[in-house]
Design a protein around this ligand. Sequence first.
Ligand code: UDP
Length: 480
Amino acid sequence: MAEISSKPHALLVPSPMMGHLIPLMELASSLVTHHNFHVTVVVVSPNSSPELSKVIQSAKTKKLYDIVELPAPSSGHVSNMAGAVFTNLAALMLDAISSLRSAISVLEVKPAAMIVDIFGTPALTVAEEFHMLKYVMVASCARPLTVLLYAPVLDTQIQGEYLDCEELLEIPGCKAVRPEDVAKPMMNRKDREYGAYLRKANDIASMSDGIMINTWEDLEAKSLKAMREHPEWNKILKVPVYTIGPLFRSAGQSSGGPTTPRSELLDWLDKQPKESVLYVAFGSMGVLSAEQIIEMAWGLELSKQRFIWVVHPPSKRSGDKGNDISEYLPEGFMARTHERGVVVTAWAPQSEILAHSSVGGTLSHCGWNSSVESILNGVPMIAWPLYAEQTMIATQLVEELKVAIKPKELPTKAVAGREEIEMLVKKIMEQKEGDEMRARVKELKASGEKALSKEGSSFNMLSELSRLCKINTEQQGQKV
Ligand code: UDP
């Protein structure tokens, strides 16, 4: 007990969504391992997702930090997360508030700070009640955050749909944004998701004592400088911005954790030549259309490259086939490619796969966690954005960071044909352009590692958080 109370205590409240839970748990590990924090992670029980439960179980086994599970709210908002996250998760986190309050009131050591993800801002009112410092941790990177935070201003400046704008969207001090790159909630201003998105922007900017972003200074210097220094930004953002990334799971930390037997996939990878395998995956929620699955399969086959393809049946429509993925693949595909390709229909041990030396490229939906995992493993990408803010991240990876290539048309707009996929795969796996991207991504990997290292920019930002938490603990102690 004495040991615990001498450390700053942080309470992390991730919303039950894989792309948010994983980086917040990584933050918890980093605070404990490198910054001498005592951490309690409070999770809303994700009764809808066995994979989320596995991640939580795995963290419990490691015993690095405390985990408190709140009962799942009965209202069932968790369905269709890819469709309406801003509306559904906000409602779910709001429902969880009273059980969160009860959970905090029985903690032996009162936390000095609460850290939520962007969907958890309702919980910050509870942090206020307990005199905690309040932080929002952004699981994505800085550029989509600038668009989210600036959206309430764009809302007053622009008439009609953003997608119909002929000009680029100007964000002060930042690179202008193509209308087609905006996040999904901005694509239909009449949808209630758009209203929830704008409210979220206001909450993030006004409710916290600081915003933490899973990025690092050298990666997004321009956006970060704008948010901190530009006079227009000073009007909307009055709290500090901390870069604390890259937070990512390195090999050995996949959901099954250390007790899971080593996957057959990894044994298969062991037998493949160095950097010869393309890893194709679309995150925790991405699905392709039936037509796109056929074209992807042909593209992979025609490319003659080795691959691991994580693929799920398309979302159900009337007339669709069943849940067996082979019904959606071209006839004979598995037999023709089995020597050089593996099709995975379950949850894949992605962090181990991307860290494996046989993997030389990835075709990815550009979720930020997957993008960071690719960068920190030195793996270049074919960008295949599908939902949320992924199109903006794809543009950033391709045009600014130059570690990815992408199809001519956005995958959300048109089906990419087999010849184009074959060309993209060959380019990344066996041509000069792929080698150049591989060299560039390794430079980014080094800059990310430097940010995390002792006295690196992200390390120093978390040290500052530790200092602020200690001051808060002292001040609260004096009041008692
Ligand atoms: N992930 C995994 N196996 C899978 C699918 C996803 O391990 O089969 C992990 C992936 O490594 C990443 C997270 O789930 O850490 C997905 O987060 P991301 O931000 O990339 O995408 P999202 O699922 O939020 O769209």
